[in-house]
Design a protein around this ligand. Sequence first.
Ligand code: UGA
Length: 437
Amino acid sequence: MRVSVIGCGYLGAVHAACMAKLGHEVVGIDVDAEKIAELSAARAPFYEPGLEELLREVQDTGRLMFSTDMSDAHGSAVHFICVGTPQKKGENGADLSFVDAAVSGLLPFLSPQDIVVGKSTVPVGTAARLSAIVKTQEPGVDLVWNPEFLREGHAVSDTLHPDRLVYGVADGSEDHRTIPVLDAVYGKPLAAGTPRLVTDHPTAELVKTAANSFLATKISFINAMAELCEAAGADVTRLADAIGMDDRIGRKFLNAGIGFGGGCLPKDIRAFMARAGELGADQALTFLREVDAINMRRRTRVVELTRELCEGSLLGKRITVLGAAFKPESDDVRDSPALSIAAQLQLQGAVVTVSDPKAIKNAATRFPELHYQADVELAVDRADALLLLTEWEEYRELDPYALGDSVATRRILDGRNVLDAAKWRAAGWTYRGLGRP
Ligand code: UGA
């Protein structure tokens, strides 16, 4: 099938490559000429494991091309809208200008039986609005909302092997004419057993925001427990292990630490609250305000703990922050808790060096005032304290004995609770976790 993918950021670039891998003929379209040039040369404009290999593989088949020209979408049966929906400046709501521009740019190139498929995360009600716009231009075109659940760092496998597919169609009917077409697009994952749910437009939009809100709530729940554990002298990691064994609760997303960041969870819960307010249902989501507040408190708590660790003063202290990305296997620093903590420490007089295997370039663009050092050995040299804030595998495996000779003082704050506290203490380190005695 010929498909177009409008927007070649995180979601779109991965989606385009994966659609080609599934056997379709794909054109990826973006207004950013630099991004298109990179992708055309089979280079990923961001770090995502497996993506460059996949780009090379599918480009060799000739099934994937990239373009800045929207007219190249003409002739595709299915058009995926994959542009970003960032938080509006100074407001909680989502900025839909990219989605609106993508749809209006596509209108002149639609043919009567085409299907427009929205994948971006949008406030509920957007699909119905866009559907009306599309139908005014071309009554035969249908719009389906098909939310995406990929995680950064696992984007390729999440797209090729999703745990569910949701098709939101205008009337919510299983007989909608678009369903067999989408089933053909996703033929391989469906044949492999991926469940598929057909819903109406608003339900499909809400599935995505509800899922991200639930994940954010789970993380803030365990971080609230971490606050309690600290007050009571208990260990939140053991608590999470024990409650997680109840399979109604589950252990996943119960890792207490510095909290969630990234381009999705924080802005999605805020946009969800804003939209609930517009719909007159704001009370239903007031708990998300608390989820957000608990999450932001983690960052302040780490700054305070670092001060305690440094005997009451941050002034002039050499602090090494291990990790800048919002999570491992990513170079994304959008709303990264690690970087926001690093910047706070610097503001309070510490001399902060940040290390990260992949995210230094992005971090330095965002916070040029911090020092950066990719080499861990050099980064920790003469440090007064180490802060492990993004749990990259190489940081989890650091040897406390070897590292002990490089630092000025053996102090470590494990912001992700991933180190073996007993091992670090045995090697002479003052170890602090979050929500652990
Ligand atoms: C999230 C969702 O997990 C995806 O399903 C969704 O498709 C995506 O947003 C999106 O809306 O596009 P992602 O932002 O890639 O994916 O990252 P997550 O793996 O969800 O992690 C988010 C943050 O939570 C990270 O900062 C991570 O360190 C933190 N986290 C995660 C915790 O603090 N504790 C945990 O137990 C798990």
